[in-house]
Design a protein around this ligand. Sequence first.
Ligand SMILES: [Zn+2]
Length: 298
Amino acid sequence: MSSNSLLLHDENQGAVLVDSGYGSHQAQTLALVRHALISQRMPSLRLIVNTHLHSDHCGGNALLSQHFGCEIAIPPGEFDAALAWDQQTLSYESTGQSCPRFKPDHVLRPGTLIKQGGRQWQVLAAPGHDPHSIILFEPESGILVSADALWEHGFGIVFPAITGEGLETERGFAEVEASLNLIDTLPVRLVVPGHGPAFSDLAGALQRARKKLDYFRQNPERHARHAAKALIMFRLLEVGPQPQANFVESLLKTPVHLAMWRAYFAQVDAQAWTKELLTELAHHGALKMSPEMELSAH
Ligand SMILES: [Zn+2]
């Protein structure tokens, strides 16, 4: 459920952590960071940087900033919402996901640099998956921290496209494309994505991402279906094994799930559509459905 976290060392000023995982894993994230700091003889953590504020990227912010007394830097577009802890704007309300409240200290303005360990990390805007997301690039090592703008096999859900509004949908896909084009201009040697292992075949990843983008752009309802399933799996991992009836009921109260249904699949009954998605996920082996109709993530 947690995003990747990357620790950037600096023996003089302390380490910087990029993204902090999901809230329910915060104790584990803290233990991992403490272990890494001790083993590298780092003085402490001086700053947490978030690529964007989805709950799986900033759920450790509260505990870690409290523990280390460090500051938090976030993309500019979400600063006010985070300061006021507006859970609707921050998407936690609509996805039904949770994130422990934290207080941001700094804005990560695109075009600026994070100087750390003798290196200069460029902050670049990479909207698409999330309109406010940033990515980081360090030219000397050629390392790209691509967040959910580019994975080895695709990219994160294009959230602006799931509401089914034509303009918003096209804007979301166009932003994904622009972010892929931006990444294509960088002399990248290693990509550390938001999820999954680091990889070095940038050209291959871009090719797969563009193919997926074309397909979704032509079939936005396929994208919505894919998004609905990804959010279902995230929810199931969070709540753990569940009787199917309870789980379906909770999904039918989740605004983002209903919004996708309303936008693209309202010709089918919402409950029937939800069960159809669960059956597909079980069929593909992502989840297990026991004979007693209990669901669990595989
Ligand atoms: Zn995300």
